[in-house]
Design a protein around this ligand. Structure first.
Ligand SMILES: Cc1cc2nc3c(=O)[nH]c(=O)nc-3n(C[C@H](O)[C@H](O)[C@H](O)COP(=O)(O)O)c2cc1C
Length: 263
């Protein structure tokens, strides 16, 4: 099992210390697990410029692709990702938000259907849960099959030492995450995930539609033609039907909607 551990905090503080506990627990249970560490601060990723090249032309046209592609390759090579991110003002750190902005195109073209995540956040008092929830919502949009969350109130400025009930909670989350990754089985997608999958697919399926310009989305979606979700992921019949309904709505929207862009 390969696990990528991504530090999305600007330093190695409380959250990183808790993340190390999780890593040690998993390593104790299974010596064969291979961890790769990535510290976003080491990457020097500039801010997303908002050029929208990733959406329109493809992510390889991102002006920062030489920094983003190696991270995507690391995720591709991993079975799961542990995201470690401090709670700053009840939300993700700026450095993590900037990273997720660079991958926002994945909402249009999800790909991490067979990956699972554990999101760890610590806060001074409140807001760790809104931080982990925000990232879990983003990861669902990128296709991640399941995100476990470990929000902890540290009540500390950089001197937090995990112990007591926090360690119990940590062990519980780490166990569920590890067992799930090890199971090699997958969870059915939520309705909230099925909607964009079917809408985008349908909107890109109408070759005769009045398109002002072709986008990378049009090249991406044909591989999923006729599927309500990614192959190999279980999809109960009611969700299959739900997907079909949203596919029909997407087809209708695709014919009506004209999206402008600056040449
Ligand atoms: C810029 C900044 C923003 C913060 N925002 C919050 C907050 O919204 N709520 C809170 O309870 N603590 C807040 N804190 C405290 C941290 O969340 C807390 O110390 C956390 O454990 C820091 O994790 P770290 O050491 O991994 O960076 C903030 C700290 C900083 C530096």
């Amino acid at each position: 099992m390969k696990i990528l551990v991504m530090n999305g905090s600007p330093h190695r503080g409380n959250t990183w210390r808790l993340t190390q506990c999780v890593r040690e627990m998993i390593q104790q249970w299974d010596k064969t697990v291979e961890f790769t560490e990535l510290h976003l601060t080491d990457i020097g990723l500039p801010f997303c410029t908002g050029c929208s090249n990733c959406f329109r032309k493809g992510h390889r046209y991102c002006p920062h692709n030489e920094k983003i592609q190696p991270i995507m390759d690391l995720i591709d090579k991993s079975d799961a990702v542990i995201f470690s991110v401090s709670c700053f003002q009840g939300h993700l750190t700026g450095i993590m938000k900037n990273f997720t902005d660079h991958l926002a195109f994945l909402i249009h073209r999800p790909r991490y259907f067979y990956k699972k995540a554990l999101i760890i956040s610590t806060t001074g008092g409140v807001g760790a849960d809104s931080t982990t929830k925000a990232l879990a919502a983003t990861l669902a949009g990128w296709g991640f099959n399941k995100s476990y969350q470990l929000p902890i109130a540290a009540y500390s400025w950089n001197a937090y030492e995990p112990g007591g009930r926090d360690l119990q909670k940590t062990e519980k989350a780490a166990t569920r995450f590890y067992q799930d990754v090890k199971s090699n089985s997958f969870h059915p997608p939520s309705i909230g995930v099925l909607i964009p999958f079917n809408l985008f697919q349908a909107m890109c399926s109408d070759k005769d539609g009045d398109k002002q310009y072709p986008t990378e989305d049009d090249r991406f979606w044909p591989q999923y033609a006729g599927m309500q979700y990614a192959p190999g992921i279980p999809l109960p019949i009611h969700k299959r039907l739900f997907g079909m309904i949203f596919h029909s709505i997407g087809k209708h929207l695709g014919r009506k909607m004209v999206i402008s862009y600056k040449k």
